[in-house]
Design a binder for this molecule. Structure first.
Ligand code: ZN
Length: 404
């Protein structure tokens, strides 16, 4: 990494990453990328911060070495709206503790706002975003990853809406009481469960965005059949680049999602982005599973995560780059146009699997640079980095209002 300083009215220091560090960097374009990042609305639909704070509290209002998100780095990257992931592991559904955990994570996000009111603000609507987007605060929206905390009671879903949850990823890597998951060989429901159908209808009625990341293909098509509002994939990539990997979204599904006005928020994990990395990753996952089984370690627990993190350090699968992320954006643009793609990094969720050039929330300008370099206009970039998501959220709000 090297640092270049450009003098252009104001003094701007820009960190340049390894892949740009070849003398080929266009300084004017990089400056433009950094200026654009400050000007435009940047929304990242998937940041796994709450679970980190649940494990160990740290000061997110200053610069830290923990994970990829804090006020200083997010602000440097031009981030405006960060969806905080209220994540519960499939193991918690088995233990009946999903709701307990989700409630704690929501309290944690509220605590961030209470502790640092001049730096963070929780937003629950498009009008909240309009009101606070120029306040120099990082706006925190709530997305629930895994619908397990609904715990078979539709009233819980209503309570989560009241508490500010604005999207729900119906499952995580295991099938749950709502639907089948893309990562789970066991297909209990062949799509949505009967209760899951009720959940989708109620999410439409309340105005909660349906997140199709993590769910199986048949669940996706069930959702598309039922939902009266556009949907999002909060953190997914294109299956085109990782054939057979169901966790990524296929071209047919992208067409279907776009027809309904939805948006695919591209995730940054290397194993979602490239087939070579994906193959090594899946093999590694098998080895991790085997180890956990042999040593009687429950998946999803702290010791399981520790082992997994150690394993990846010892067995690196290779690193993707900013260009790989741009390739996925290009693919969706070519397939359905620039109105149906956005970003959902998965920062604080995939650690060592992040690409070179997108190591943390200060690095969004590098992706803007790459898109400018490929000929994307400022208008396109505004759509990709936030306006497309705003459009979907607004339509979900309007569809809900129409049902009351
Ligand atoms: Zn996820």
């Amino acid at each position: 990494m090297k640092v270049i300083t450009i003098l252009s009215g104001l003094l701007l220091t820009i960190t340049v990453d390894a892949q740009f560090d070849s003398g080929k960097i266009d300084s004017d374009l990089m400056l433009k990328a950094h200026q654009l990042a400050k000007e435009i609305l940047i929304i990242d639909t998937h940041i796994d911060l709450p679970d980190w704070l649940y494990d160990e509290w740290f000061d997110v209002s200053t610069s830290s070495d923990y994970g990829e998100f804090d006020f200083v780095r997010a602000n440097e990257g031009g981030l405006n709206v960060a969806f905080m992931s209220v994540y519960t592991s499939p193991q918690l559904e088995i233990e009946g503790k999903s709701k307990l955990k989700a409630d704690s994570l929501i309290r944690i996000v509220e605590r961030i706002e209470q502790l640092y009111p001049d730096k963070f603000k929780i937003v629950r609507s498009i009008s909240d975003i309009d009101r606070f987007k120029n306040s120099n605060k990082i706006l925190l929206a709530l997305g629930m990853e895994n619908g397990s905390p609904i715990e078979s009671d539709i009233d819980n879903l209503r309570k989560y809406y009241q508490q500010g949850i604005r999207y729900i990823t119906l499952s995580h890597y295991k099938s749950n009481h709502i639907c089948d998951s893309a990562n789970d060989p066991e297909r209990k429901w062949n799509g949505l469960s009967p209760f899951g159908e009720e959940v989708v209808k109620e999410m439409n009625r309340l105005g909660i965005m349906i997140d199709v990341s993590h769910i199986s293909d048949s669940t996706f098509y069930d959702v598309m059949r039922l939902s009266t509002a556009p949907v999002i994939a909060s953190h997914s990539c294109c299956r085109f680049f990782t054939p057979g990997f169901e966790r990524n979204i296929s071209d047919e599904m992208i067409l279907e999602l776009a027809k309904n006005g939805g948006v695919v928020q591209i995730a940054f994990a290397g194993f979602f982005l490239r087939e070579d990395i994906n193959k090594r990753y899946l093999q590694g996952e098998e080895e991790i599973k085997e180890h956990l089984k042999n040593f009687n370690i429950t998946p999803g627990t702290d010791s399981a995560w520790q082992y997994e993190s150690q394993y990846w350090k010892e067995n690196p699968v290779g690193q993707a780059t900013v260009e790989d992320v741009a390739n996925h954006i290009d693919h969706i643009v070519k397939l359905v146009g620039v109105d149906y793609v956005g970003i959902g990094s998965d920062f604080n969720g995939v650690g060592e699997h992040l690409p070179i050039g997108l190591e943390d929330t200060s690095r969004y300008p590098n992706l803007i640079y790459e898109l400018l370099r490929r000929g994307y206009t400022e208008k396109d970039i505004r759509k990709i980095f936030g306006e497309n998501l705003i459009r979907v959220w607004r339509q979900v709000e309007e569809a809900a209002a129409g049902t009351e």
